[in-house]
Design a binder for this molecule. Structure first.
Ligand code: AKG
Ligand code: FE2
Length: 382
């Protein structure tokens, strides 16, 4: 089992401000400007969505209301610099270094790599998605979503999503990126430790587009179908493609994703094999327990068709026996859910094994009560 964090965006917020002790005492810098204790309620924050930032853009919009009044109308760059310095203080030292290194890595790629299909880098819903998907999202009701989604096994949702043209463009972009990597001998980070091939889309400029995909299209579905695992509060993502075939990775072992909700869409090309196999949803404690017959399910990929499942839904991919399979993955995360999870022990509303244990406890307790009543009955008759 592996729950990869590699390539994930830095942990945002929630830190206690404790920094590892340094050898020499650092000079005490008294900031000349401080955040306000109360929000500037009338201030309309700017959008930071189009900037390459190392924290989620919505955090900057939220924090902006707390800026010192004389900074509220400064340039976005000034405000980002001020807020970023504050946010960085809340990251543990190791995490801060990692985040900084990753930012430099991305910057290096973005300043040298020339995109091939520029239309992919901004969200164009009508060009990207099939009409049935667009309609269900625009209607924005539970019924409209249910009308396009099927659930062949509990917790595995599938629906038609991507236009064939979008799939072709994304495959072409990924191939162009990989050709650049080969030509320049640039050492890239793979999507996670399970893959030798594939590429992180967020690392070469597609982060903003994928954020919009999560915010506008995946969160509304997850809110309805996965409310117990932070489906309504997805706020960061890890977006990548995986590649399978004779000359790429062949299969993918049994694992859980480092996500609350995973979107997996096949982009093509021609292939056989590569089915996803599912084995039930489990919390950390029960991740290695056995599966029940009703949890066993295989899904065959079809280009353009999405699969949406919990990151904790145990799964793997069978060997792609011929051809070349490329899939788009979006691991969507909820910082709120992750924080709340720390204070919980019982996950019976989504972990198959917690749920089985709870039912077993209830059954034992009912049986004990019954036998106690029977015993009392027997005593009173005697
Ligand atoms: O190959 C697939 O379709 C599954 C990929 C996957 O599960 C992952 O990358 O987390
Ligand atoms: Fe996975």
């Amino acid at each position: 089992m592996s729950g990869d964090r590699r390539g994930s965006p830095p942990v945002t917020g929630g830190g206690n401000g404790v920094v590892e002790p340094e050898k020499k005492p650092a000079p005490v810098i008294v900031p000349s400007q401080r955040l306000r204790l109360h929000a500037n309620k009338d201030h309309m924050p700017e959008s930071y969505e189009d900037l390459q930032l190392d924290f989620c853009p919505s955090i900057f919009s939220s924090l902006e209301k707390y800026l010192p009044p004389n900074m509220l109308h400064d340039s976005r760059e000034e405000k980002v610099k001020f807020m970023r310095d504050i946010l960085l203080k809340y990251l543990p030292h190791g995490e801060r270094t990692r985040a900084q290194k990753h930012r430099e890595y991305r910057q290096k790629i973005i300043s040298h790599y020339k995109p091939l299909k520029r239309e992919l880098y901004t969200m164009h819903p009508v060009a990207f998605f099939v009409p049935s998907f667009m309609k269900a999202i625009n209607d924005n009701t539970e019924d409209s979503l249910r009308s396009i989604i099927s659930e062949p096994s509990p917790g595995v949702l599938t629906f038609e999503m991507l236009q064939p043209r979008f799939c072709e463009l994304l495959v072409a972009e990924v191939e162009n990126f990989e050709a650049w990597v080969n030509d320049t001998k640039f050492r890239i980070m793979r999507p996670n430790t399970m893959n030798k091939y594939g590429a992180v889309l967020d690392d070469f400029g597609l982060e903003t587009m994928l954020d919009k995909l999560m915010d506008g299209f995946i969160r509304p579905i997850s809110k309805v179908f996965f409310p117990d695992v932070g489906g309504a509060t997805l706020d960061s993502h890890h977006g990548f493609v995986v590649e399978y075939g004779k000359d790429w990775d062949v299969d993918l072992g049994f694992h859980v994703d480092d996500s609350e909700v995973t979107l997996n869409v096949c982009l093509g090309k021609q292939f056989s094999g590569g089915e996803l196999f599912f084995r039930g949803t489990r919390c950390d404690k029960h991740v290695n327990t056995g599966s029940q017959a009703e949890e066993i399910f295989d899904f065959s990929h079809i280009p353009g068709r999405a699969v949406l499942h919990l990151g904790r839904h145990r799964h793997g991919a069978r060997a792609t026996t011929s051809g070349h399979r490329i899939n788009l993955l979006l691991w969507c995360r909820s910082s709120v859910f992750r924080e709340m999870k720390k204070y919980q022990k019982d996950f019976s509303n989504w972990c198959g094994e917690c749920s089985r244990e709870k039912k077993e406890r209830q059954r034992t307790s009912i049986a004990a009560t019954k036998s106690e009543l029977l015993r009392k009955d027997g005593e009173s008759v005697a």
